[in-house]
Ligand binder design. Structure first.
Ligand code: NAI
Ligand code: NA
Length: 400
């Protein structure tokens, strides 16, 4: 069969396996040539490893100077009658293949990271086959639902404002149009549920259980990812439900840092740049900002994708020559520093003011935005023959 891109709204309904493989290779090539991670970890668990920042973390840590063995946990779907499977499914497979070529472990666990059984499988594996200890845990989940461990009922996150509703243009990737979208205000329950799903509770639970199982090495670090952004986007993000959840995540970082002190460990939250990922395209009214940001950062030569962000995080912040991890007054790592640069933000606000549904493809960097989205799903990559027939049976034979 020939695999064509299928996009519904902002959701990809198909993925190209060999395009995903090419995207993995491109990221590996980037980190191999980049400033290396010195003094980095050797045994790493990445929760949320199959796409976006988690995948980029895994690639940077394995191939960007640290030569880390990695365990990746993710929720993905393989090929079936329903379709070819998700991009993350193939990212896991092709990451592992590349890691094994370098004699590195790239173990994949596919299933629900919130479940007790997933924690147990990972712990058993660490003890039996991974050398017994971890020296870094990356927490990079992005999801809309989390089961309540006590009742099994689902908490659902909402992307809403707190206070007043906001209406703003939002990109529809399927139709290449911008449509006004209103983000309503959240109820107390919705704020709480979003905190349960995207806050720090599950991160804390993972670290507690790993710690009780005695699989954290002395000096073990853990990092989770956050977003803050400029004031212009506060109503939709930082001061909305997602921002509330992130504040909970930041507080959890401090709590875990205290807990890990016992073994000389450290916990951090890294505030990252706004990027196109499977998760971020869902945020209503956010696209004009990303379009303007990409354009300005591209023109200034400081644009980064997930892989550039993660290689910089590990080589210059979390590890590297300096004695202490550089953080701001709230103890956050700021790898969003180039995004929030005064001159970048001044130009971004000027550009954002000009963006309309009629002109956004020309005024903002829609080409980059859409290309990033297509490439997340294995399409639009150079060096891939998209006319070549893909054998579904051969794909089914590939295992994570
Ligand atoms: P993503 O959608 O690319 O990756 C999410 C990962 O979580 C995938 O590996 C997915 O399989 C996994 N996952 C989701 N539910 C799961 C479950 N129940 N069990 C196991 N695995 C599950 O998302 P992205 O954008 O990389 O987000 C990661 C973190 O980075 C999030 O905390 C997000 O808020 C943060 N971040 C994202 C930014 C952006 O612009 N995309 C900016 C700054 C921070
Ligand atoms: Na991720």
């Amino acid at each position: 069969m020939i695999i064509e891109p299928v996009v519904k709204g902002v959701v990809a309904r198909s993925a190209h396996p060999y395009g995903c493989q090419q995207a993995i290779r491109n990221q590996i090539d980037y980190v191999r040539a980049a400033e290396p991670i010195v003094g980095g970890p050797k045994k790493v668990l990445v929760i949320g490893a199959s796409s976006g920042f988690g995948l980029a973390s895994r690639i940077a840590l394995a191939f960007g100077g640290s030569n880390a063995d990695t365990i990746g946990v993710s929720f993905e779907r393989g090929p079936s009658e329903k379709g070819v499977g998700t991009a993350g499914w193939y990212n896991n497979i092709f990451f592992r293949e590349e890691a094994e070529k370098q004699d590195l472990i790239g173990k994949n666990f596919v299933g629900d990271a919130f479940s007790v059984s997933m924690r147990q499988q990972v712990i058993d594996y660490i003890k039996a086959e991974f050398g017994g200890k971890l020296d870094l845990v990356v927490y990079s989940l992005a999801t809309g639902v989390r089961p309540d461990p006590e009742t099994g009922e689902m908490w659902r996150s909402s992307i809403k404002t707190i206070g007043e509703s906001v209406t703003g243009p939002t990109i529809n990737i399927e139709t290449d149009t911008m449509e006004p979208m209103t983000i309503d205000t959240a109820t107390e329950e919705e704020i709480e549920a979003t905190k349960k799903v995207m806050g720090g509770e599950d991160w804390e639970s993972w670290i507690d259980i790993l710690s009780e199982a005695d699989v954290l090495a002395d000096g073990c670090k853990t990092v989770a990812y956050s977003y803050i952004g400029p004031e212009a986007t506060y109503p939709i993000y930082h001061k909305g439900t997602l921002g509330r959840a992130k504040i909970h995540l930041h507080d959890t970082g401090d709590l875990l840092n205290d807990k890990l002190a016992r073994i000389g460990g450290e916990a951090y939250v890294s505030v990252c740049k706004a990027l196109v990922t499977k998760a971020s395209v869902f945020i209503p009214a956010f696209s004009p900002y990303i379009l303007a940001l990409f354009k300005v950062m591209q023109d200034k030569g400081v644009h980064e994708g997930c892989i550039e962000q993660m290689q910089r995080l590990f080589s210059q912040r979390l590890y590297g020559p300096q004695q202490h991890v550089p953080v701001d007054e709230q103890r956050l790592i700021r790898i969003d520093d180039w995004e929030l640069d005064d001159d970048v933000q001044r130009q971004v606000s000027q550009l954002m003011a000009q963006i309309t549904p009629e002109n956004f493809t020309a005024v903002g960097d829609y080409q980059r935005y859409k290309t990033d989205f297509m490439q997340l799903n294995g399409f639009w990559l150079d060096g891939v023959d998209y006319q070549e027939r893909v054998n579904l049976e051969a794909l089914k034979a590939l295992t994570p």
